[in-house]
Design a protein around this ligand. Sequence first.
Ligand code: SAH
Ligand code: ZN
Ligand code: ZN
Ligand code: ZN
Ligand code: ZN
Length: 513
Amino acid sequence: MAAPRDHPGALEKQGREGRRGGSGVEVVFPPDPAAPAPLCPHGPTLLFVKVIQGKEETRRFYACSACRDRKDCNFFQWEDEKLSPARLAAREAHHRRFLPPLSRTQCVDRYLKFIALPLTERKFCQSCQQLLLLEEWDKHREHQVLGDISVSQLRRPSRLLYPLENKKTNAQYLFAERSCQFLVDLLSALGFQRVLCVGTPRLHELIRLTASGDNKSNMKSLLLDIDFRYSQFYMEDSFCHYNMFNHHFFDGKAALDVCRAFLQDGNGEGVIMVTDPPFGGLVEPLAVTFKKLIAMWKEGQSQDDGYKELPIFWIFPYFFESRICQFFPSFSMLDYQVDYDNHALYKHGKTGRKQSPVRIFTNIPPSKIILPTEEGYRFCPLCQRYVSVENQHCEHCNSCPSKDGRKWNHCFLCNKCVKPSWIHCSTCSHCAVPDHSCEGPKDGCFICGELDHKRSNCPNISASKRANKAVRKQKQRKSNKMKMETTKGQTMNHTSATRKKKRRERTHQYLCS
Ligand code: SAH
Ligand code: ZN
Ligand code: ZN
Ligand code: ZN
Ligand code: ZN
């Protein structure tokens, strides 16, 4: 059950190191432009390299950009591997089975037919997560079917569909009403007329609901998301099936043009991009994608606007701050805590004890962003920004230094403010949790280095296993072949037994490093 997003410790480490979980797998950028990446059903794959004890393994491999679980997409290819035409064809046939059953245009046709039905004939199959047309009722007779689907239900698909919580692909965590309303109000107060929603289906629908209400808002929204179920509820100009880890539009140029037109409308004035990617995803491919969207927006600018930036809200945990700012130096992190509906760990508890670690990163000056005082934020005149009430200004740091919403304490030896639970350790010569091991992570988890669990309970174990299994499988295939060629008919000799043992040891070493 435990997975990176559920385990702030492991994610925090990933945030610091820029790796995929504890698996020690890193993405390689920029891939050689002369060698285009092979395609999986989710568009161009990414090139990865395994890193063992700080050293890169020489053999790199391509894997799916979107799915961190082999169950969702098992694409694997060594960088230097040549596939026979027969294997390529087989692979393509295999991929086709992953494609959505309907084209985007077919979805829109269905939607139009559906809304023309009288209320009593509008049904939604919960088992198949699909709106049903009359002629389909029969097929779904045995399923969980919801009747009388109202217009207001159709306008809130994120409530009709169940969230896809599979941590390693969709990691769909929906904004709590309070946070979602805060975002819509903020976007409107900042004067935006168009919002490019990248992986924010609930925000998208609330913007549209607000605009269709009788108030003055006429904000438009375009949703880009990999969750194809949403395509049932929107016309072509408000949803594109999209992969944000490789900037892939599943419906090709037509969809790309929709996105471009949306960004470039009115010379690109009044548009903002808001994104809330899966937290287990790597920052670098996301940054590369967002830069492509920025470039697309820029193409529509006149020359003298060259210095302008596309306004962005990137919603992500606070411990990714340095990673995000590395790619976007103009971004700052707001103190606002983003809350979720279906996430037990990342939502404000009633007691206020559970704090969400999720923040907004933005290139809009923080002084322009008013955080609600009734939710415990205040304006710091020295920092010229809104902060958590507990985040007290430190005269030595000359800032409100807290990242997690609690009051931090200044350490004069470290010369900075630190978490309240930390103490200064003279052995390590910096502040740390009181029960840390000064010699590093050896008392904690071998995989991720966290101190609160052992390897067997590590939330990252599946990620490491996946990387290992993929590599092992290839090695196995090779060694099987070798065995067939060399030890045909013999029982396993001593050397191959040693080799096998060595391999086991290496794997163990890898898992435990
Ligand atoms: N808080 C947001 C939802 C964020 S959850 C809201 O309430 O609106 C992450 C979202 O990103 C999900 O909608 C998920 O379907 C989408 N997503 C996950 N992987 C993606 C990918 N590779 N490309 C595009 N969207 C993706
Ligand atoms: Zn894939
Ligand atoms: Zn300080
Ligand atoms: Zn120490
Ligand atoms: Zn661990």
